[in-house]
Design a protein around this ligand. Sequence first.
Ligand SMILES: Cc1cc2nc3c(=O)[nH]c(=O)nc-3n(C[C@H](O)[C@H](O)[C@H](O)COP(=O)(O)OP(=O)(O)OC[C@H]3O[C@@H](n4cnc5c(N)ncnc54)[C@H](O)[C@@H]3O)c2cc1C
Length: 266
Amino acid sequence: MDHWSESEGKRVHDPIFQPRISQNCRQPVEEFCRERSKGAAVTRFERCTWVPGPIIVGAGPSGLAVAACLKEKGVDSLILERSNCIASLWQLKTYDRLSLHLPRQFCELPLMPFPADYPIYPSKEKFVAYLEKYAARFGICPSYNHAVVCAEYDEKLLLWRVRSQLTGKMEEEVEHISRWLVVATGENAEVVQPEIDGLKEFKGTVVHTSAYKTGRAFAGKRVLVVGCGNSGMEVCLDLCDHNAQPHIVVRDTVSDFLLLLLSLLF
Ligand SMILES: Cc1cc2nc3c(=O)[nH]c(=O)nc-3n(C[C@H](O)[C@H](O)[C@H](O)COP(=O)(O)OP(=O)(O)OC[C@H]3O[C@@H](n4cnc5c(N)ncnc54)[C@H](O)[C@@H]3O)c2cc1C
């Protein structure tokens, strides 16, 4: 698709370019929200709110960056985040020894560089501290504990209807209505654990890397690490540092470079 037809395609779905929509649409939408909330109060616990700016799903680095860039242009947004903090992947689902895998110049967010004294590969604590400062600097206050369960474009209203559930309260739902929706839910936010033959019969501990913190509990044990990506390699190193005996299993061929690395590690 060439550049022009791509942007044309996007315009077709963007309410701002629809001839039928105008600034006056706010009035009927607010009425719609009021009506929905009234009915919902009787049947189930559901509120309906009009969001004047874009809705952003996810308060990871991408969601924060989008919110900051919008703020810089004078546009307020609403971030819906299912966990209780920003950068939940980094804060809650990574191992203790983690530092950025890429040099810092590839990881900083727009409009605010890393502090000059940060190392080339900042630790996750430093990265999270930078993100906290970033959010504070741009006045970003996500709505935490809101897991988005559905986002639909309403052809009649010409608006996005985004439903979120309050964490741990399945029956409490809020419907947010806005002209714009940005999905920033990440590529690593969901655990992917393949079906492995015999795994159910295995009596030992099985841990996904998102729940692995340190190799301390594995001292003296033989551990099979499945997967030879960045995390698999680093977990192996961590296990070695904690006197465990890791073995790594790789689905595909391993490049000479990785073999060299492995031979240096073990
Ligand atoms: C071990 C490890 C090391 C990495 N190292 C680097 C690195 O050095 N450099 C780099 O650039 N990248 C690295 N990454 C990749 C990582 O994906 C990015 O750093 C970054 O976290 C991506 O940001 P994101 O905002 O797109 O997604 P995420 O950080 O995954 O954030 C997505 C957010 O969306 C929320 N969310 C998801 N679904 C919903 C929903 N339905 N409703 C509401 N909220 C929702 C999640 O809770 C989460 O907070 C690494 C990843 C891992 C796992």
